[in-house]
Design a protein around this ligand. Structure first.
Ligand SMILES: NC(=O)c1ccc[n+]([C@@H]2O[C@H](COP(=O)([O-])OP(=O)(O)OC[C@H]3O[C@@H](n4cnc5c(N)ncnc54)[C@H](OP(=O)(O)O)[C@@H]3O)[C@@H](O)[C@H]2O)c1
Length: 389
Protein backbone atom coordinates (compact mmCIF):
# COMPACT_ATOMS: atom_id res chain seq x y z
CA UNK A 1 0.00 0.00 0.00
CA UNK A 2 1.43 3.46 -0.92
CA UNK A 3 2.66 5.71 1.92
CA UNK A 4 0.00 8.34 1.39
CA UNK A 5 -2.91 5.94 1.70
CA UNK A 6 -2.43 4.91 5.32
CA UNK A 7 0.64 6.80 6.54
CA UNK A 8 0.15 10.13 8.32
CA UNK A 9 -0.39 13.19 6.13
CA UNK A 10 2.68 15.36 6.71
CA UNK A 11 1.53 18.94 7.26
CA UNK A 12 3.45 22.19 7.25
CA UNK A 13 1.86 25.37 8.57
CA UNK A 14 2.16 28.95 7.32
CA UNK A 15 1.43 31.51 10.03
CA UNK A 16 2.10 31.19 13.72
CA UNK A 17 -0.81 33.04 15.30
CA UNK A 18 -3.54 31.84 17.63
CA UNK A 19 -5.55 30.15 14.85
CA UNK A 20 -2.62 27.87 13.96
CA UNK A 21 -2.27 27.05 17.66
CA UNK A 22 -5.97 26.19 17.79
CA UNK A 23 -5.69 24.05 14.67
CA UNK A 24 -2.69 22.16 16.04
CA UNK A 25 -4.48 21.71 19.36
CA UNK A 26 -7.40 20.13 17.52
CA UNK A 27 -5.20 18.04 15.23
CA UNK A 28 -4.54 15.61 18.10
CA UNK A 29 -8.12 14.41 17.57
CA UNK A 30 -7.45 13.75 13.88
CA UNK A 31 -5.82 10.40 13.13
CA UNK A 32 -3.39 10.76 10.24
CA UNK A 33 -2.22 14.29 11.11
CA UNK A 34 1.49 14.87 11.51
CA UNK A 35 3.14 18.26 11.97
CA UNK A 36 6.25 18.05 9.78
CA UNK A 37 7.08 21.70 9.07
CA UNK A 38 6.60 25.31 10.14
CA UNK A 39 7.12 28.37 7.95
CA UNK A 40 7.45 31.75 9.58
CA UNK A 41 8.82 35.03 8.30
CA UNK A 42 11.06 34.77 11.33
CA UNK A 43 13.03 31.52 11.46
CA UNK A 44 13.48 31.97 15.25
CA UNK A 45 9.75 32.31 15.77
CA UNK A 46 9.19 29.28 13.56
CA UNK A 47 11.72 27.24 15.54
CA UNK A 48 10.08 28.19 18.84
CA UNK A 49 6.66 27.28 17.42
CA UNK A 50 7.91 23.93 16.07
CA UNK A 51 9.50 23.21 19.45
CA UNK A 52 6.15 23.75 21.15
CA UNK A 53 3.99 21.70 18.79
CA UNK A 54 6.17 19.00 17.22
CA UNK A 55 5.20 15.64 18.71
CA UNK A 56 8.29 13.71 17.68
CA UNK A 57 10.90 16.47 17.44
CA UNK A 58 11.39 16.01 13.68
CA UNK A 59 9.46 19.08 12.54
CA UNK A 60 11.43 21.20 10.05
CA UNK A 61 11.53 25.00 10.10
CA UNK A 62 11.56 27.12 6.94
CA UNK A 63 12.58 30.75 6.71
CA UNK A 64 11.42 31.03 3.11
CA UNK A 65 8.39 29.78 1.21
CA UNK A 66 10.65 28.36 -1.47
CA UNK A 67 12.36 26.06 1.04
CA UNK A 68 8.96 24.79 2.06
CA UNK A 69 7.79 24.41 -1.54
CA UNK A 70 10.94 22.44 -2.37
CA UNK A 71 10.58 19.99 0.53
CA UNK A 72 9.32 16.64 -0.79
CA UNK A 73 8.64 15.56 2.79
CA UNK A 74 5.48 17.70 3.02
CA UNK A 75 2.13 16.41 1.71
CA UNK A 76 -0.14 19.28 2.78
CA UNK A 77 0.12 22.90 3.86
CA UNK A 78 -2.22 24.74 6.22
CA UNK A 79 -2.24 28.41 5.19
CA UNK A 80 -3.18 30.68 8.09
CA UNK A 81 -1.73 34.04 7.11
CA UNK A 82 -3.77 37.22 6.49
CA UNK A 83 -6.31 36.79 3.66
CA UNK A 84 -4.32 38.90 1.21
CA UNK A 85 -1.43 36.42 1.40
CA UNK A 86 -3.52 33.30 0.75
CA UNK A 87 -3.54 33.24 -3.05
CA UNK A 88 0.16 33.84 -3.55
CA UNK A 89 1.20 31.39 -0.86
CA UNK A 90 -1.35 28.70 -1.71
CA UNK A 91 -0.63 28.76 -5.44
CA UNK A 92 3.07 28.38 -4.76
CA UNK A 93 2.37 25.33 -2.62
CA UNK A 94 -0.15 23.84 -5.08
CA UNK A 95 2.31 24.28 -7.92
CA UNK A 96 4.87 22.32 -5.95
CA UNK A 97 2.43 19.40 -5.63
CA UNK A 98 1.22 20.05 -2.09
CA UNK A 99 -2.39 19.81 -0.99
CA UNK A 100 -3.61 23.01 0.67
CA UNK A 101 -6.04 23.64 3.50
CA UNK A 102 -6.40 27.42 3.41
CA UNK A 103 -8.05 29.45 6.14
CA UNK A 104 -11.16 31.45 5.43
CA UNK A 105 -11.68 33.67 3.60
CA UNK A 106 -9.97 31.63 0.89
CA UNK A 107 -8.95 34.64 -1.19
CA UNK A 108 -9.23 38.40 -1.50
CA UNK A 109 -11.67 38.06 -4.40
CA UNK A 110 -13.19 35.50 -6.75
CA UNK A 111 -10.56 36.10 -9.43
CA UNK A 112 -7.88 34.94 -7.01
CA UNK A 113 -10.01 32.02 -5.81
CA UNK A 114 -10.58 30.77 -9.37
CA UNK A 115 -6.83 30.95 -10.05
CA UNK A 116 -6.14 28.95 -6.90
CA UNK A 117 -8.57 26.18 -7.86
CA UNK A 118 -7.14 26.10 -11.39
CA UNK A 119 -3.66 25.61 -9.90
CA UNK A 120 -4.96 22.76 -7.73
CA UNK A 121 -6.52 21.05 -10.74
CA UNK A 122 -3.49 21.57 -12.94
CA UNK A 123 -1.27 19.89 -10.36
CA UNK A 124 -3.66 17.13 -9.28
CA UNK A 125 -3.82 18.26 -5.66
CA UNK A 126 -6.56 19.41 -3.31
CA UNK A 127 -7.41 22.91 -2.22
CA UNK A 128 -10.07 23.42 0.40
CA UNK A 129 -11.10 26.41 2.45
CA UNK A 130 -10.95 26.09 6.22
CA UNK A 131 -14.57 27.07 6.75
CA UNK A 132 -14.85 25.06 9.95
CA UNK A 133 -18.57 25.61 10.58
CA UNK A 134 -19.91 23.74 7.55
CA UNK A 135 -17.90 20.58 8.29
CA UNK A 136 -19.53 19.93 11.67
CA UNK A 137 -22.17 17.40 12.75
CA UNK A 138 -24.25 20.36 13.94
CA UNK A 139 -24.37 21.91 10.49
CA UNK A 140 -25.22 18.53 8.96
CA UNK A 141 -28.16 18.39 11.37
CA UNK A 142 -29.32 21.82 10.21
CA UNK A 143 -29.37 20.50 6.64
CA UNK A 144 -31.12 17.25 7.58
CA UNK A 145 -33.79 18.90 9.73
CA UNK A 146 -34.80 21.62 7.28
CA UNK A 147 -37.50 19.32 5.94
CA UNK A 148 -39.33 19.63 9.28
CA UNK A 149 -39.87 23.35 8.71
CA UNK A 150 -42.02 23.06 5.58
CA UNK A 151 -41.60 25.72 2.91
CA UNK A 152 -38.85 28.05 4.10
CA UNK A 153 -39.80 31.71 3.96
CA UNK A 154 -37.16 33.59 5.95
CA UNK A 155 -33.77 33.08 7.55
CA UNK A 156 -31.62 35.33 9.66
CA UNK A 157 -27.95 34.48 10.33
CA UNK A 158 -26.06 36.65 12.73
CA UNK A 159 -22.45 36.76 13.90
CA UNK A 160 -21.67 39.95 15.79
CA UNK A 161 -18.69 39.86 18.11
CA UNK A 162 -16.66 42.79 19.42
CA UNK A 163 -13.09 42.07 18.33
CA UNK A 164 -10.37 41.78 20.97
CA UNK A 165 -8.26 43.85 18.54
CA UNK A 166 -10.76 46.69 18.22
CA UNK A 167 -9.68 48.42 21.44
CA UNK A 168 -6.15 48.82 20.07
CA UNK A 169 -7.56 49.96 16.71
CA UNK A 170 -9.64 52.62 18.49
CA UNK A 171 -6.44 53.87 20.10
CA UNK A 172 -4.97 54.38 16.63
CA UNK A 173 -2.85 51.21 16.53
CA UNK A 174 -3.31 49.49 13.14
CA UNK A 175 -4.48 45.88 13.29
CA UNK A 176 -4.21 43.44 10.37
CA UNK A 177 -7.80 42.39 10.86
CA UNK A 178 -9.00 45.95 10.10
CA UNK A 179 -6.64 46.52 7.17
CA UNK A 180 -7.80 46.48 3.56
CA UNK A 181 -4.19 45.66 2.56
CA UNK A 182 -4.73 42.34 4.36
CA UNK A 183 -8.11 41.89 2.57
CA UNK A 184 -9.62 41.97 6.04
CA UNK A 185 -12.60 43.57 7.80
CA UNK A 186 -15.92 42.36 9.14
CA UNK A 187 -17.21 40.90 5.86
CA UNK A 188 -14.25 38.59 5.18
CA UNK A 189 -13.69 37.81 8.84
CA UNK A 190 -17.20 37.20 10.23
CA UNK A 191 -19.68 37.92 7.44
CA UNK A 192 -18.34 34.95 5.54
CA UNK A 193 -19.54 32.69 8.41
CA UNK A 194 -23.07 33.85 7.57
CA UNK A 195 -22.70 33.76 3.79
CA UNK A 196 -21.31 30.22 3.49
CA UNK A 197 -24.07 28.39 5.40
CA UNK A 198 -26.63 30.32 3.36
CA UNK A 199 -24.97 29.23 0.11
CA UNK A 200 -24.49 25.66 1.39
CA UNK A 201 -28.22 25.46 2.20
CA UNK A 202 -29.80 27.38 -0.66
CA UNK A 203 -27.16 28.07 -3.31
CA UNK A 204 -26.76 31.29 -5.21
CA UNK A 205 -29.28 34.03 -4.32
CA UNK A 206 -31.19 35.77 -7.10
CA UNK A 207 -30.14 39.19 -5.79
CA UNK A 208 -28.43 40.78 -2.82
CA UNK A 209 -28.58 44.21 -1.23
CA UNK A 210 -25.98 45.21 1.30
CA UNK A 211 -24.88 47.97 3.59
CA UNK A 212 -21.64 48.33 5.58
CA UNK A 213 -20.40 50.38 8.52
CA UNK A 214 -17.00 51.69 7.49
CA UNK A 215 -14.02 52.35 9.74
CA UNK A 216 -11.37 55.00 9.18
CA UNK A 217 -8.29 53.95 7.24
CA UNK A 218 -4.81 54.09 8.78
CA UNK A 219 -1.31 54.31 7.33
CA UNK A 220 -2.71 55.82 4.14
CA UNK A 221 -4.90 52.78 3.46
CA UNK A 222 -8.61 52.83 2.70
CA UNK A 223 -10.73 51.92 5.72
CA UNK A 224 -12.15 48.43 6.21
CA UNK A 225 -15.72 47.58 7.16
CA UNK A 226 -16.49 47.12 10.86
CA UNK A 227 -20.01 45.70 10.45
CA UNK A 228 -22.58 45.03 7.79
CA UNK A 229 -25.93 43.63 6.71
CA UNK A 230 -26.81 41.65 3.60
CA UNK A 231 -30.32 40.97 2.37
CA UNK A 232 -30.42 38.02 -0.03
CA UNK A 233 -33.43 37.15 -2.17
CA UNK A 234 -34.32 33.62 -3.20
CA UNK A 235 -37.54 32.53 -4.94
CA UNK A 236 -40.20 32.68 -2.22
CA UNK A 237 -37.87 33.54 0.63
CA UNK A 238 -35.44 36.13 1.96
CA UNK A 239 -32.30 35.76 4.06
CA UNK A 240 -30.84 38.46 6.25
CA UNK A 241 -27.17 38.26 7.26
CA UNK A 242 -25.81 40.44 10.07
CA UNK A 243 -22.20 40.63 11.14
CA UNK A 244 -20.05 42.93 13.21
CA UNK A 245 -16.59 43.12 14.72
CA UNK A 246 -17.32 46.35 16.56
CA UNK A 247 -20.34 45.34 18.65
CA UNK A 248 -21.72 42.24 20.35
CA UNK A 249 -24.92 40.56 19.20
CA UNK A 250 -26.98 38.21 21.35
CA UNK A 251 -29.81 37.19 19.03
CA UNK A 252 -29.75 33.61 17.75
CA UNK A 253 -29.80 32.75 14.09
CA UNK A 254 -33.12 31.43 12.78
CA UNK A 255 -34.68 29.66 9.83
CA UNK A 256 -38.42 30.18 9.53
CA UNK A 257 -40.66 27.83 7.55
CA UNK A 258 -44.41 27.57 7.15
CA UNK A 259 -44.52 24.54 9.49
CA UNK A 260 -41.86 25.49 12.00
CA UNK A 261 -38.82 27.53 12.99
CA UNK A 262 -35.27 26.41 13.70
CA UNK A 263 -33.25 28.38 16.24
CA UNK A 264 -29.47 28.20 15.97
CA UNK A 265 -27.65 29.87 18.87
CA UNK A 266 -24.32 30.18 16.99
CA UNK A 267 -24.15 29.96 13.20
CA UNK A 268 -20.32 29.67 13.21
CA UNK A 269 -20.38 26.78 15.66
CA UNK A 270 -23.64 24.83 15.60
CA UNK A 271 -23.72 22.87 18.85
CA UNK A 272 -27.43 23.08 19.42
CA UNK A 273 -30.54 23.57 17.34
CA UNK A 274 -34.12 23.91 18.52
CA UNK A 275 -37.03 23.23 16.22
CA UNK A 276 -40.37 24.77 17.18
CA UNK A 277 -43.22 23.37 15.16
CA UNK A 278 -46.37 25.35 14.57
CA UNK A 279 -49.31 23.99 16.52
CA UNK A 280 -51.83 22.89 13.91
CA UNK A 281 -54.75 21.77 16.13
CA UNK A 282 -57.35 24.07 17.63
CA UNK A 283 -56.85 22.66 21.12
CA UNK A 284 -53.62 23.50 22.93
CA UNK A 285 -51.17 20.61 22.70
CA UNK A 286 -51.16 18.38 25.81
CA UNK A 287 -47.45 19.04 26.34
CA UNK A 288 -45.83 22.10 24.82
CA UNK A 289 -42.60 20.08 24.67
CA UNK A 290 -44.08 17.90 21.95
CA UNK A 291 -43.94 20.96 19.72
CA UNK A 292 -40.32 21.68 20.51
CA UNK A 293 -37.25 19.57 19.88
CA UNK A 294 -33.69 20.46 20.90
CA UNK A 295 -30.71 18.60 19.45
CA UNK A 296 -27.21 18.97 20.89
CA UNK A 297 -23.81 18.16 19.33
CA UNK A 298 -20.13 18.24 20.24
CA UNK A 299 -20.82 18.61 23.93
CA UNK A 300 -17.63 19.18 25.90
CA UNK A 301 -15.54 19.80 22.80
CA UNK A 302 -13.47 22.94 22.99
CA UNK A 303 -13.28 23.67 19.28
CA UNK A 304 -14.82 22.53 16.02
CA UNK A 305 -11.76 22.76 13.80
CA UNK A 306 -11.23 19.01 14.07
CA UNK A 307 -14.02 18.29 11.56
CA UNK A 308 -12.53 20.30 8.72
CA UNK A 309 -9.07 18.81 9.41
CA UNK A 310 -10.49 15.27 9.45
CA UNK A 311 -12.45 15.88 6.21
CA UNK A 312 -9.34 17.28 4.58
CA UNK A 313 -7.18 14.33 5.65
CA UNK A 314 -9.75 11.83 4.31
CA UNK A 315 -9.93 13.70 1.03
CA UNK A 316 -6.14 13.85 0.68
CA UNK A 317 -5.95 10.12 1.35
CA UNK A 318 -8.82 9.35 -1.02
CA UNK A 319 -7.19 11.50 -3.67
CA UNK A 320 -3.85 9.74 -3.17
CA UNK A 321 -5.56 6.36 -3.42
CA UNK A 322 -7.11 7.44 -6.72
CA UNK A 323 -3.78 8.79 -7.92
CA UNK A 324 -4.63 12.47 -7.96
CA UNK A 325 -8.31 12.32 -8.76
CA UNK A 326 -9.99 14.63 -6.30
CA UNK A 327 -12.63 13.41 -3.88
CA UNK A 328 -14.58 14.47 -0.82
CA UNK A 329 -13.50 17.99 -0.01
CA UNK A 330 -14.28 19.15 -3.52
CA UNK A 331 -17.96 19.21 -2.71
CA UNK A 332 -17.21 22.42 -0.79
CA UNK A 333 -15.66 24.17 -3.79
CA UNK A 334 -18.90 25.57 -5.28
CA UNK A 335 -19.86 26.94 -1.86
CA UNK A 336 -16.49 28.63 -1.39
CA UNK A 337 -16.56 30.16 -4.86
CA UNK A 338 -20.15 31.40 -4.67
CA UNK A 339 -19.56 32.87 -1.20
CA UNK A 340 -16.55 34.82 -2.44
CA UNK A 341 -18.56 36.07 -5.42
CA UNK A 342 -21.20 37.32 -3.00
CA UNK A 343 -18.50 39.01 -0.91
CA UNK A 344 -17.19 40.66 -4.10
CA UNK A 345 -20.68 41.99 -4.83
CA UNK A 346 -21.11 43.29 -1.26
CA UNK A 347 -17.81 45.09 -1.54
CA UNK A 348 -18.82 46.52 -4.93
CA UNK A 349 -22.09 47.81 -3.46
CA UNK A 350 -20.43 49.24 -0.35
CA UNK A 351 -17.25 50.58 -1.93
CA UNK A 352 -14.87 48.31 -0.01
CA UNK A 353 -11.76 48.00 -2.14
CA UNK A 354 -8.80 45.74 -1.42
CA UNK A 355 -5.43 46.52 -2.99
CA UNK A 356 -5.56 42.96 -4.34
CA UNK A 357 -8.56 44.00 -6.50
CA UNK A 358 -6.86 46.84 -8.25
CA UNK A 359 -3.29 45.67 -8.56
CA UNK A 360 -2.81 45.46 -12.33
CA UNK A 361 0.92 44.84 -11.97
CA UNK A 362 0.36 41.48 -10.34
CA UNK A 363 -1.36 38.37 -11.54
CA UNK A 364 -4.36 37.14 -9.61
CA UNK A 365 -2.22 35.09 -7.23
CA UNK A 366 -0.43 38.17 -5.99
CA UNK A 367 2.78 37.08 -7.74
CA UNK A 368 4.64 39.83 -9.52
CA UNK A 369 5.04 38.94 -13.17
CA UNK A 370 8.41 39.23 -14.82
CA UNK A 371 8.47 40.40 -18.45
CA UNK A 372 8.76 36.75 -19.45
CA UNK A 373 5.58 36.05 -17.49
CA UNK A 374 7.31 34.04 -14.82
CA UNK A 375 6.59 34.39 -11.15
CA UNK A 376 9.12 36.51 -9.34
CA UNK A 377 10.73 34.51 -6.52
CA UNK A 378 10.79 37.48 -4.16
CA UNK A 379 6.99 37.42 -3.84
CA UNK A 380 7.55 35.76 -0.46
CA UNK A 381 4.31 36.84 1.15
CA UNK A 382 1.94 36.79 -1.77
CA UNK A 383 0.02 40.05 -1.95
CA UNK A 384 0.81 40.94 1.67
CA UNK A 385 3.20 43.78 2.05
CA UNK A 386 2.51 44.77 5.62
CA UNK A 387 5.15 45.01 8.25
CA UNK A 388 5.45 42.16 10.71
CA UNK A 389 3.54 42.68 13.88
N1 LIG B 1 -11.19 29.49 11.45
C1 LIG B 1 -11.18 30.38 12.41
O1 LIG B 1 -11.88 30.27 13.40
C2 LIG B 1 -10.27 31.56 12.28
C3 LIG B 1 -10.00 32.36 13.40
C4 LIG B 1 -9.09 33.40 13.26
C5 LIG B 1 -8.50 33.65 12.02
N2 LIG B 1 -8.81 32.87 10.96
C6 LIG B 1 -8.18 33.11 9.66
O2 LIG B 1 -6.81 32.80 9.79
C7 LIG B 1 -6.03 33.69 9.00
C8 LIG B 1 -5.03 34.41 9.89
O3 LIG B 1 -5.74 35.30 10.72
P1 LIG B 1 -5.01 35.98 11.97
O4 LIG B 1 -5.97 36.91 12.57
O5 LIG B 1 -4.35 34.97 12.79
O6 LIG B 1 -3.91 36.84 11.17
P2 LIG B 1 -2.60 37.54 11.67
O7 LIG B 1 -2.44 37.35 13.14
O8 LIG B 1 -2.60 38.91 11.13
O9 LIG B 1 -1.48 36.72 10.89
C9 LIG B 1 -1.37 35.32 10.99
C10 LIG B 1 0.07 34.92 10.76
O10 LIG B 1 0.48 35.27 9.46
C11 LIG B 1 1.79 35.85 9.49
N3 LIG B 1 1.63 37.24 9.07
C12 LIG B 1 1.14 38.29 9.78
N4 LIG B 1 1.16 39.41 9.04
C13 LIG B 1 1.67 39.07 7.84
C14 LIG B 1 1.94 39.79 6.65
N5 LIG B 1 1.69 41.06 6.56
N6 LIG B 1 2.47 39.13 5.62
C15 LIG B 1 2.72 37.81 5.71
N7 LIG B 1 2.50 37.07 6.82
C16 LIG B 1 1.97 37.70 7.86
C17 LIG B 1 2.28 35.77 10.92
O11 LIG B 1 3.10 34.60 11.05
P3 LIG B 1 4.69 34.74 11.07
O12 LIG B 1 5.01 35.99 11.81
O13 LIG B 1 5.13 33.51 11.74
O14 LIG B 1 5.14 34.80 9.63
C18 LIG B 1 1.02 35.59 11.72
O15 LIG B 1 1.20 34.77 12.84
C19 LIG B 1 -7.00 34.62 8.29
O16 LIG B 1 -7.29 34.11 7.02
C20 LIG B 1 -8.25 34.53 9.18
O17 LIG B 1 -9.45 34.79 8.47
C21 LIG B 1 -9.66 31.82 11.07
Amino acid sequence: MGRTEMAPVRFAVIGTSRITERMLGESVFCPGFELAGVYSRSREKGAAFAGRYSRNGTCRVYGSLQELADDPGIDAVYVASPNACHAGQAVRMLESGKNVLCEKTLASNSREAETMFRAADAHGVLLTEGMRSIHTPGFRAVEENLVKLGTIRKARFSYCKYSSRYDAFRQGIPQNIFRTSCSAGALTDLGIYCIEPMVALWGKPARILSSSVMLPGMDGEDGADGAGTILAEYPGMTVELDYSKISDGYLPSEIEGEEGTMLIPAIDDVREITIRRRSTGTAAPAGADKEQETLRFQEGEADNLRYEIADFISAVRASAARKGQKAGVDRYRPVTLEAIRIADEVRRQCGIVFPADRDREQDSTGHTQTPAGQTAPEAEQGACTNEKH
